[in-house]
Every structure is written in C-alpha cells, then in structure tokens.
Design a protein around this ligand. Sequence first.
Ligand code: NAP
Length: 267
Amino acid sequence: MFKNKVIVITGSTQGIGFKTAEMLLNRGARVVINSRSSEKVTNALNSFEKFSPNVIGLAGDVSNYEFCIALREFAIKKFGQIDILINNAGVASSGLLKESVPDALEKVININLLGSIYPTMACLNDICKDRGSILFISSVAGIIGLPSYSQYSATKRAVISLAESLKSELIDYGVFVGINYPGFTENEEHKTIINSEGVEVRLSKRPGINALTREQTAGKIIEQLQKKKFRMYSSISAKIIQIIYNLLPNLTLRIVIYLRKKIISMQ
Ligand SMILES: NC(=O)c1ccc[n+]([C@@H]2O[C@H](COP(=O)([O-])OP(=O)(O)OC[C@H]3O[C@@H](n4cnc5c(N)ncnc54)[C@H](OP(=O)(O)O)[C@@H]3O)[C@@H](O)[C@H]2O)c1
C-alpha cells in the first residue's frame, strides 16, 4: 500500500520519525525527511541511501510557516505529489510551571502545536487532491495532563483537538486523518528536551521505565496508516488509560495526583 507513495515525515532524523522513515522506505515509499539540523539531515540521508534511492531531505524548522511552504515545494519539485504527511516533530518539556519562564512555554507550543498546524496547512491541497492521509503524533501525556509536563501535555492535547476538527473538515475530500498516541519509547542518544529555563538539554536515559522500542512505536504508526483508524495507541496500557479517562476522568486525575511525586521524579 505504500509503494511509490510520497510521505513527508517531519522531525525524522532520529527517534520515532527516523525509524518510521526507514520502515516506510523498506515498504517502497518515497520519503521526505526533515529536521532543523542540516548535519542530522545529511547523516540520516547517508544511512537511508544505503538501501533506498527514494529519499530526500530538507533542513528547517516546521514551526516556521515559510519553511513549511518551502518543504512542500521541495517535495513536489522532486516527487511531484504528496500523499501522506506525518506530523512527528515534537519536543518534550520538563519542569514545574511555577519554575518555568515564558520562553520555555513558547518554544514547546511553537514546535508541538504550530509545528503540526503549519506543515498541514502547507500540504493540505496536495493531500486533498490525492485523497491522502494526515497523521498527528500526540502522546499518552495528551490524554491527561501530567505534573511537570504541563506545556507538553497541553500541546499534545491540542493536537488531538486539531485532528478531530480536521477529520470533520476533510471527510468530504476523502482524506484520512489520524491521531497516534505513543507511550514511553526508548530515547534516541541525541534526544533533547526543553527545560524550565527554555534551554534545549540532552535527556538522559530514563531509568525504571519499561519503554517501547522505536520499532514498536513506528510499527503502530504504519499499522494506523494501513488500517485508517482514527485513534491508535502504541501499547495496551495507553489504551487502558484512555478508556479509564473516558469513563472516569476525575478518578484518573486522582490517580495522577496520587502518583505525582513518582511522575515528577521520572523527568
Ligand atoms: N519518545 C517518547 O517516549 C514519546 C512518547 C510520546 C510521544 N512522543 C512524540 O513522538 C514524536 C517523536 O519523538 P521522539 O522521541 O522520536 O523525539 P526525538 O528523538 O527528540 O526526535 C525529534 C525529531 O524532531 C526534530 N525536530 C525537533 N523540533 C523540530 C522543529 N521545530 N522542526 C523540525 N524538526 C524538529 C529533531 O531534530 P532537530 O533537533 O534537528 O530539529 C528530531 O529529528 C514527538 O512528537 C514526541 O512528542 C514521543
């Protein structure tokens, strides 16, 4: 089903996006990769080109609308169409809100929210033309607001609302819109988060967390595109959290409050 499809994956030079790109290239797709760092784009292209010629990449910030237009033009110029957009670029945040500076919030909101809206706006006409797909990567942290992840949870929840709005808006165009909820996934060596001072810092491996592999999380993204399911959870526990939240939102919040010290210490 992916053979020759043109798939733009934002934030795909490492982590979940990189693995998703690799797995889609192995399925015959033509993939456009991206991230802000040109060095990372070049390195990722070098490793993909060893097994597929169908990959191109452009460095730039997807929270900048002009760059998103340039990314769309780059994909169209090289591949002639855009079938699927995976809004994967995102950044986690750490720190209590009372200790955070406004710049920290702005950065997280810009990357996680505008960085999903702007690529969508830029590629929308092409995707409508081809009755294609748009996938948003949210998080289990978007189901319920978690302590010390406030801006992350808020933006990942906002992305869910965005996907819901678009699902209605685009249904008459035959466009598939989906929202994916990864659980904790093993860290890439270079993974960074934005701390309460607004500085991007390396995230060390998270101890004591039973993380999913990147293959497992990317596999769920691909399965979702194949099955065209609006919501897809990368683990059973993520699905259970959603079910409990839907049935008993106040009880779920009480459980989070009970576990708050543990959740905060996981950062
Ligand atoms: N890992 C988890 O446990 C987990 C759990 C739930 C949800 N998620 C979500 O899954 C997605 C991928 O997570 P990950 O763990 O694979 O992250 P990651 O390892 O930090 O990779 C993020 C990628 O996005 C790029 N990026 C960041 N900001 C960007 C921007 N403004 N414009 C373009 N590219 C940008 C980064 O490269 P540059 O630095 O070069 O820009 C990198 O390639 C994110 O949306 C995240 O919130 C992850």
